[in-house]
Design a protein around this ligand. Structure first.
Ligand code: B12
Ligand code: SF4
Length: 519
């Protein structure tokens, strides 16, 4: 039903809530959009669909922690009754999900979708919700929705999409549906009355320190802290553990990366004091013993990194920690020392390629291949394990260059190497370059990590799929010394490591029908 949305600048809803939001909400748009029959929003369900709805025996997936949903819940819990449902973690079937909806009877369901790889489950959750009641308003959000909202909105069972960070958008939107505020100026995608999309600019939270702490009390947080998400080098070495991002954004601008369109180029940080306060609270309340930095570029500002690590030491947090997404040029010897003293165990560094040409011309990332091995050795001197990420199968990359990268990975001194297949994601410079070069073999571009969608002048996607799995196995596991080290990094026994290795090879085993299905 088209709704005539007139300008309302009433922010009175804020005073009903327990949380004081900063005065940054400006509702000023007047336009028409399509919406279901809205009778007022009192009950809200924020949810993750179950990734096993795609494939029952999914073994390669993760258990994302619903901290974003807990964060969003903090913003609206004074306004409405809010519940969080993690259908993935709870291994809920679609039937059970529908039953849950019938019992809770939400007025609005917010569905979060992290990665494009699992996009079909977003549709399933929306379809199930509308099957239970056409009157439930559905809004989707999350990384996949932010970068693919045009595709997402093709499903008529998804009424709205959140474009970007939802903290200030969601309370304002709910308030709008309750007739107390205008339509959010930023961060919302809606359908126009005659089709087409009304596209609000991506919403960004300027100051992360203004946000209330996530409402972990709305989920069985202890269960998440006691469950490693899947074994790998970034598995926690001690439980209970927590994963969390202490900053958002990254200015590096690698051509394959979508972060610019998700969290933006500006790095926004939570202050060291605020991070340490939250960690202390989690330790006191839930007894956490280890921590994982999930930031896009966790240690970008060297001064802040040092302040944060010093504070972790001074406050005697006694936590061990690991970090992904680490950009090597921002580290130095003092940082490594502070990392060790504050409980640092492992850094996952993205070198991306072992060839200068690919790094400079194709990826455009400032990594010095000559000095990287010295930096790795220096970090290891301070007891830090170093894992390295590489990408193969980039547009214009030759088979010899792929081989060079694998050779570099093997000899750069890192303790563990991972190889990813290049994927030209929507909006990225690499997407345009790959198209220009005719380097895309399969236009059905998802993030399915098992299959390359590219083709080279002297290789085919199938070659890379096989090469990647076997080189990963050879480089990381081919002798007893490496196996022992990898087992230690993952906190596994050697038998468990063998099981994981076999399981991963099986899970990554290629489905011979894949290409014919996509042809
Ligand atoms: C941490 C992280 C993970 C963690 C999971 C995080 C968690 N919740 O536990 C782990 C390690 C498990 C992970 C796994 C994967 N990840 Co990851 N991950 C990230 C990373 C670095 C940060 C995500 C994050 O926590 N951001 C901070 C939180 C607060 O933001 P958020 O979750 O997006 O939520 C905000 C908004 O999106 C919005 N929102 C979210 N949900 C909703 C719902 C509603 C209703 C509303 C209104 C708003 C809303 O509001 C929130 C608050 O601002 C991103 C990069 C990035 N910048 O996003 C990559 C990223 C999302 N991952 C990526 C990928 C590819 C994967 C994997 C597929 C890798 C793999 N092959 O295994 C898996 C898939 C996991 C899965 N099953 O979906 C890609 C996705 C690209 C794409 N288009 O799909 C990214 C962008 C990295 C990259 N540079 O390419 N990941
Ligand atoms: S350094 Fe990492 S987060 Fe930053 S642009 Fe490159 S890949 Fe993306």
């Amino acid at each position: 039903m088209p709704i005539n949305n007139t300008l309302i600048n009433d922010k009175s809803f804020l005073s009903d809530g327990k949380i004081e939001l900063p005065d940054r909400i400006s509702s000023s748009r007047t336009f028409e959009y399509q919406a279901p029959n809205i009778k007022g929003i009192k009950k809200v369900l924020l949810m993750y669909p179950n990734q096993r709805w795609l494939k029952e025996d999914m073994t390669t997936t993760w258990n994302p922690t619903p901290y974003s949903l807990c964060q969003l819940a903090s913003m609206i819990r004074g306004q409405v009754e809010v519940r969080i449902l993690d259908a993935h973690f709870d291994e809920m079937s679609r039937e059970e999900f529908k039953k849950y909806l019938k019992q809770f009877k939400p007025d609005l369901v917010g569905i979060s979708q992290l990665s494009t790889e699992y996009k079909a489950i977003l549709d399933m959750a929306a379809d199930d919700t509308k099957e239970v009641s056409k009157d439930i308003v559905t809004i989707s959000g999350g990384v996949h929705v932010t970068v693919e909202f045009k595709d997402v909105m093709k499903n008529p069972n998804i009424d709205f999409a959140c474009h970007g960070e939802g903290e200030y958008v969601l309370p304002e939107f709910i308030s709008h549906l309750n007739g107390k505020a205008g339509f959010p100026e930023k961060g919302m995608i809606s359908r126009g009355p005659k089709g087409g999309l009304n596209i609000g600019a991506r919403a960004v939270v300027d100051d992360l320190n203004e946000l209330p702490d996530p409402s972990f009390d709305l989920v069985d947080f202890k269960k998440y802290m006691m469950t490693t998400q899947r074994y790998g080098i970034d598995s926690p070495d001690r439980l209970p553990f927590v994963r969390y991002a202490t900053s958002r954004g990254c200015p590096i601008g690698c051509t394959f990366c979508q972060v610019e369109f998700i969290s933006g180029k500006k790095v926004r940080t939570i202050s060291p004091e605020n991070v340490v306060r939250q960690l202390k609270q989690l330790k006191e309340k839930y007894g956490i013993r280890s921590y994982h930095f999930e930031d896009d570029n966790a240690f970008f500002y060297r001064r802040r990194t040092k302040e944060l690590l010093r504070l972790m030491i001074d406050e005697k947090l006694d936590l061990t920690w690991k970090a992904t997404g680490v950009f090597l040029p921002t580290l130095d010897e003092e940082v490594y020392q502070l990392m060790r003293d504050s409980g640092g165990k492992m850094l996952n560094i993205a070198i991306e390629s072992g060839t200068e040409r690919i790094l400079k011309k194709v990826i455009k990332k400032g990594i010095n291949l000559e000095t990287a091995p010295q930096a790795i050795a220096l970090a290891q001197k301070y007891g830090l394990y170093i894992a390295t990420n590489f990408i193969i199968g980039l547009p214009t990359e030759t088979w010899d260059e792929v081989r060079q990268t694998i050779n570099y990975a093997e000899n750069c001194g890192s303790d563990y190497s991972k190889f990813y297949l290049a994927t030209p994601l929507t909006g990225t410079e690499m997407y345009n370059f790959a198209m220009e070069q005719g380097a895309v073999d399969n236009l059905n571009i998802t993030v399915d990590q098992r299959y390359s969608v590219m083709k080279g002048t002297d290789w085919e996607a199938k070659d890379l799929n096989v090469l990647r799995v076997y080189e990963w196995d050879r480089i990381n596991f081919s002798d007893p010394f490496k196996r022992k080290k990898t087992a230690d990094m993952m906190g596994l026994t050697l038998d468990q490591l063998e099981e994981l290795r076999r399981g991963t090879r099986n899970a990554l085993m290629l489905d011979s029908t894949h290409y014919s299905q996509n042809e």
